[in-house]
Design a protein. Sequence first.
Lengths: 153, 291
Amino acid sequence: MDSLMEAEEKLRGFRETIGSQKLYACFECGHCSACCPVKRIRQEYSPRKIIHMVLLDMLDELISSNIVWYCTNCYLCQELCPQGIRIADLILELKNLSFKRGLSPDGIRRQFELLKTQGRIYLLDEFDQKKRKKAGLPQLGGSIDDLRVLLEG
Amino acid sequence: MRYALFLGCTTPARSRQYEMSSRAVLERLGVEVVDLSEFSCCGYPIKASDYYKALLISARNLAICKSKGLSTILTICSSCNSMLRECAYLISKDSELKEKIDKDLKKVGLSVEDDIEIKHIAKLLYEDVGLEEIGSKIERPLKGLKIANHYGCHYLMPKEIYEGEEDILNPYSLDRITEITGAQIVHYGYEKSCCGGPLLVSDEDTALEIARQKLDRVKEAGADAINLVCPFCSLMYDGNQKGIERRFETKYRIPVLYITQLLGLSMGIDSKSLGLNLNVVKARDLIDKIS
């Protein structure tokens, strides 16, 4: 619960302090939505709308709609914003909050568990290792006990 | 100079041809790499769920590199490259974060390291090896081959971690390397668009449609092949190309090469050593065209 409150607190602070700019520096030019590769396909997704929902304190609606998971984290909106607003970083924070509330897509949770148990998101089985050996590639997969400790804490 | 080769998750499991061709080309160019079996995932896949833990996993990899007496990590995946660089960048800028990471790493006998350089293989080719040296190794110029370059996102962004390098509005490293091979560059539009790969895990429909838009344009532009530098982008354009053809009732049959496969071909390295048989969309016609 503590970490959830911490995340929400951080996000509220984020509106004020995001990067060297403030979110309300947004003058709605729409660059972020115009260049977004997802927006071209999913009209309901809009980085510009996300900025304004955060400004209007509509965090609950935003998180429960799961719309933030449409973001590919490509950074194009952030790079092209004339006001220097860190849009991709904002959306990443929102995804973190969604995960903490248990609302993230199953695949996202699965990747987290995979990393914790095997140190990588794709398991290299005996077959893969054999293929690697045949191709003259080194065997992979050293001990990751320490990684487990880091992810548990 | 010796580089710690960082393979990440996707390449060894899904894209052995990238690893094989990278090793073959580096060997030809006399670049020495060291394999560290303790390297894990870079942390990128959990960035969306827990940003701090993703940074911690990255920092663990930087610490492992240092503990082996090495100072440069060579990545071949663009997302590994950006994640590790972002971690190194933040550690150098944010002393509070650096302390927090150090405290956590101490639990497993490691320390935070702020002087590790992270380099993507295409940047190593362009900046460290250099075009002149590469040019001297070209044995079979790829004359007549039309190449559509896909830079992808994390090779160039976010810009603060790539300060002083090419940016998304004017990328050039892949074009320069492609020119050295003798191939012709084809421009196709939507060049700056993401592959869509990160959405595979949460929304496959959108992911495939994003990839389709680029494949449509590459085909219209008449390219013989796509050239790229990230295993996740390759998964979208090569691994999923047949699925996209079925879903949208269209045909592309556009081979998707890694920059190391393209370069390897021009250096006269045999296609088996470059793992070309492992590409999903077969490059046979393309190889016939240049031989």
